[in-house]
Write a protein that binds this ligand. Sequence first.
Ligand code: SAM
Ligand code: DTB
Ligand code: SF4
Length: 336
Amino acid sequence: MNQLIPDVASNATARQLDSMTNTDTGSLRWSIAQVEVLLNLPFSDLIHRAQLVHRQHHDANAVQLSTLISVKTGGCPEDCGYCPQAARYHTDVEDKEMLSLDQVVVTARAAKAQGASRFCMGAAWRGPKQRDIDKIVEMISSVKALGLETCATLGMLKPGQAEQLRQAGLDYYNHNLDTAPEFYGEVITTRDYQDRLDTLEKVRAVGMHVCCGGIVGMGESRHTRAGLVAQLANLEPYPESVPINHLVQVEGTPLHGTEALDPLEFVRTIAAARITMPKAMVRLSAGRQEMSEAVQALCFLAGANSVFYGDKLLTTGNPETQRDDALFKKLGLHSL
Ligand code: SAM
Ligand code: DTB
Ligand code: SF4
C-alpha cells in the first residue's frame, strides 16, 4: 500500500547505517533518517556506494534515451509553483490546442530514428477527460506500433482510465511526487500528496510500469530531499523509472528567483536514488541544459542511467542531440 511515511529524527552515522536493520525502519525499506545519512556521507564515499550498487544491477556505461512531446501545452488549471504551463502564471507559454495524431506520429518516428527507445507524451491537465483519453489512446497505440516503448504523463487518473491506457499499449505512466510531503504544500495547493499516491496506486493496480520522481532545487533542505527519496524508495514496489529533475527556473512562475542549488547536492540526490532503488532506471531529467558536462558526468558516475533526449523537454530547452552524442562519446556511454 502506498502511504505517507513517518519522519523519525536520527543522528545515525555511516557505520550505524550499515548495521541498521529492518527493525529500525519498521516495514519500510528506507527510513528518512537512513537516506539522510547517505546524503550526509563524504562525497567520495557516497559515490563509491552508488557505483557499487549501480554496477551490481546495470551496465555502468549504458544510457537509456526517452524523448518527450507535449501533446497539450499550457492553460493548466493547477498551481504547481515551478510550472510554466499553469494558466494562472504569466509566462511565455500559451494555451495551445491538442496536437493531432499525425503530428505525434511524425515526431515519434523521428525520435526513434535518432535513437530514443521510449516516447513520453505529456499534457498540461489536472487530469484527462474521457474525450481526451479517446484521443490519447490512439496516440499510444500508434506510437507503440512504431516499436517504441510508450509513456504518458496526463495528471491525476480517475477510476477506469488507467485500464484504458494500458489496453492501448501504454508501458509507463509518469506521475511525480515532486518533493517530500512536508514541503509539498509550499509548492502546490490544488492537489494533495495523497491524490498523487492514489493515482500511482491506480497505475500499479492495472499492471503498468510506474515512472515517478521529483524536482530538486526548489529551495528545499537536504532533509527534504531525503524525504522525497525515502518516499519513492518505499513505494511498493519502488518505481521502475525515477526521474530526478533539476528545477528549470521560468520567468513568471513563483519559483523563479529561487536561490540556486549547489550542483553537488543534485549529484548527491541522484546517488541516494540509485542506492535506495537499485534496479530502477534513474533519469537525469530536466535541467541538463543549464548543467555543465562535468556535473552531468558526475550524475552518470552517481548512477544515473537515463536522460531525456531531444532539443526540447515539454516547453523548455534540452541539449541538442548532437551535443548529447558528443558527450556520450566523450564518456564512453552507449545507448540502450
Ligand atoms: N500535468 C501533468 C502533471 O503535472 O501530472 C503532467 C505534466 S507535468 C509538466 C510533469 C512533471 O514535470 C511535473 O510533475 C514536474 O515534476 C515536472 N516539471 C514541470 N515543470 C518543471 C520545471 N520547471 N522544472 C523541473 N521539472 C518540472
Ligand atoms: C519528468 O519528470 N520530467 C519531464 C517529464 N517527467 C514529463 C518534464 C520536465 C518539464 C520541464 C519544464 C518544461 O519543459 O515545461
Ligand atoms: Fe499543470 Fe502539470 Fe504544470 Fe502542474 S505540473 S501546472 S498539473 S502541467
